[in-house]
Design a protein around this ligand. Structure first.
Ligand SMILES: Cc1cc2nc3c(=O)[nH]c(=O)nc-3n(C[C@H](O)[C@H](O)[C@H](O)COP(=O)(O)OP(=O)(O)OC[C@H]3O[C@@H](n4cnc5c(N)ncnc54)[C@H](O)[C@@H]3O)c2cc1C
Length: 301
């Protein structure tokens, strides 16, 4: 007889990411449930020498490290279950997942991780027609209920470099639509600026507001925000179709009327009606300044 589990925090996967989430969630008294998946302990369970885990001066063994993480997660109150998720429904809350066992798992919050896109959901991702080209790239496909979501792109093993984050709305006929995308990153100089590409789908023109947020990020605890961002919008041919430095320079009243005016005068914003096609917003620091910025695209329709 299938069982039904419900938790405030449901964690899929038992690699270092899953156990770390479990330990912190359990310590916050959120009584997490972890579904371990087909590779209990994740990739480090098949790794011998691990030399870069903080706190261990001597080389340690991956399987031992994962046993310790499991014991620690259980010790602080994580319920750990042997099962593999074969189906998810993220279109309503609580989020619901079904295991290979037939059991049903519900989570008010769901933490799922993806390292290499073929690790899980390979068939579903291929069916979208836009799978990543390289096996080391990551992808997740999900049906989402209206709300705000955050995707975090990190380098595996703490690697750094330039990465591209993309989100595609696959169901144009759905009642809900992708209304806003925002991405935070470090703006440097040259090619290492903050770039957001977006597509206006087939059909009619859409009116968008594009913003580059910098100095007001300090209100959110960002230590080194970009003090004076500039914003350029390019079309598919690489031609600049609109530029902005300080949002009050032009379109001030129009931008205010959308309710999306930046809170700091040094930040940039523009409003534009765009025909179907591909566009790129580029955030740079004025006079080659550097720092953390947010690029945001809002669809007003
Ligand atoms: C041979 C080798 C050596 C390595 N050496 C090092 C090293 O020395 N130092 C280092 O820092 N890193 C090393 N790495 C990399 C490190 O192992 C990974 O960066 C790390 O394991 C990623 O952790 P993760 O939790 O994100 O994912 P993973 O460890 O990949 O775990 C993914 C988890 O998701 C689960 N899962 C997948 N699909 C489902 C599903 N449908 N339902 C439920 N669960 C699911 C799996 O069972 C697994 O538990 C090594 C990797 C390998 C393969």
């Amino acid at each position: 007889m299938p069982q039904n589990f419900h938790s405030k925090v449901l964690i899929l996967g038992s690699g270092p990411a899953g156990y770390t989430a479990a330990i912190y969630a359990a310590r916050a008294n959120l009584q997490p449930i972890m579904v371990r998946g087909m590779q209990p302990g994740g990739q480090l369970s098949i790794t011998t020498d691990v030399e870069n885990f903080p706190g261990f001066a001597a080389t340690i063994q991956g399987p031992w490290l994962m046993e310790q993480m499991q014991a620690q997660a259980a010790h602080v109150g994580t319920r750990i279950i042997e099962d593999t998720i074969v189906k998810v429904d993220l279109s309503r809350r609580p989020f619901t997942c079904w295991g290979d066992s037939g059991d049903e798992y519900q989570g008010d919050t769901l933490i799922m991780t993806n390292n290499n896109w073929k690790d899980s959901q390979q068939t579903e991702i291929e069916a979208t027609g836009i799978p990543p080209i390289d096996d080391l790239e990551s992808a997740i496909t999900a049906t989402l209920a209206p709300g705000s979501y955050t995707a975090v792109l990190r380098g595996n093993n703490g690697e750094t470099g330039n990465g591209l984050f993309e989100v595609y709305d696959l169901d144009a006929a759905a009642n809900s639509m992708l209304a806003n995308v925002s991405a935070r990153g470090v703006v440097q100089t040259g090619d290492d600026v903050l770039i957001a590409g977006f597509i206006i789908g087939t059909g009619e023109s859409d009116t968008v507001v594009v913003r580059a947020i910098g100095p007001s990020l300090s209100d959110m605890g960002i230590a080194n925000p970009l003090q004076d961002p500039t914003l350029d919008l390019y079309d598919a041919n690489g031609v600049v179709i609109m530029s902005d430095d300080d949002w009050t320079d032009s379109q001030e009243t129009l931008i205010q009327s959308t309710g999306l005016a930046p809170t700091n005068d040094a930040e940039s914003a523009m409003i534009k009606s765009l025909a179907p096609g591909s566009y790129t917003a580029v955030v740079r620091g004025k006079d080659n300044s550097t720092g953390v910025a947010l690029v945001e695209v809002f669809n007003l329709q």
